[in-house]
Ligand binder design. Structure first.
Ligand code: ZN
Length: 275
């Protein structure tokens, strides 16, 4: 049984049904204490306005999603990308999010060199550390599924995230976001979660549908797929994580088509039976 006080529902779960005020209303109506906000939506509604709306309604934040894509081999492009992450860190601080979910970036067709892309991503994180410290927002390295390696993230495993954390030596400000959808398949996952320990600063749940039809926008509701979510939760908790359990479901064909109260109702049930 998950303590309902630990439930966070990521804004993206109701991305298409709700404006930001409608989303916050839906959380309040259903007694959901926490969210992680989606950067595009925040910028659309306004950073200050979003911060005020969340604070006025007493909604806690488990994260700010997302910033990154710092792997460009072009120096000025890479510098621009890092500036954009600094802006995202500022916004995260403004809405009082504890961490920014960091998506490394993909492989440039120009050099087709994944090792170099990984090295550049790690250098990029190192360059962002002083700014993250100055605004008090953690950089949450989020490994993504390897199928997104070309476009979104050359950081594909918790093992690699641990290696990056080892080399950065910045445990106060760089952590790891464990997204079950991205890492459930990994044969090393239990051991690498244990190794990550207190680095884990964010934990995301959804499910992998057997007949999944889209790599980004067809996530399943917890319990509808093949991920052993209770085991993953046990492992992150054994590693020392006791924070929010964040529901993050991108679902073009199903959950984005439904009524917000229905979606939240199903989430609350599944948090008790499938997570
Ligand atoms: Zn995630």
């Amino acid at each position: 049984m998950l303590d309902p006080a630990r439930l966070s529902i990521h804004q993206v779960t109701l991305l298409q049904q709700c404006s930001t005020p409608q989303f916050v209303d839906a959380l309040m109506r259903n007694g959901v204490p926490c969210t992680s906000v989606w950067r595009e939506k925040v910028r659309e509604y306004g950073v200050e306005q979003t911060a005020r709306l969340l604070a006025d309604n007493g909604v806690a934040l488990s994260g700010y999603c997302w910033g990154g894509l710092v792997t460009s081999p072009d120096r000025s492009e890479a510098a621009k990308a890092r500036d954009e992450v600094r802006r995202a860190l500022d916004e995260a601080a403004a809405v009082k999010a504890p961490c920014l979910v960091f998506v490394a970036g993909g492989v440039a067709p120009r050099d087709k060199n994944i090792a170099d892309a990984r090295a550049r991503a790690l250098d990029g994180v190192a360059e962002l550390i002083p700014h993250a410290r100055s605004v008090g927002v953690k950089i949450a390295l989020e490994p993504l599924h390897p199928m997104t390696c070309a476009t979104r993230s050359v950081l594909s495993t918790v093992k690699l995230a641990n290696a990056w954390c080892d080399s950065l030596s910045a445990e106060d400000i760089v952590g790891i976001a464990v997204d079950t959808y991205a890492v459930w398949w990994d044969p090393d996952i239990e051991a690498e979660i244990a190794r990550a320990g207190k680095r884990i600063c964010s934990f995301h749940v959804s499910d992998w549908l057997v007949d999944t039809q889209d790599l980004r926008f067809d996530r399943g509701m917890m319990g509808d797929g093949v991920i052993d979510l209770p085991a993953l939760r046990r492992w992150v908790e054994a590693a020392g994580y006791d924070g929010y359990v964040e529901v993050e479901i991108f679902s073009q064909r199903n959950w984005w088509q439904r009524d917000p109260d229905e979606v939240i109702g199903v989430i609350k049930d599944r948090m008790q039976t499938a997570v």
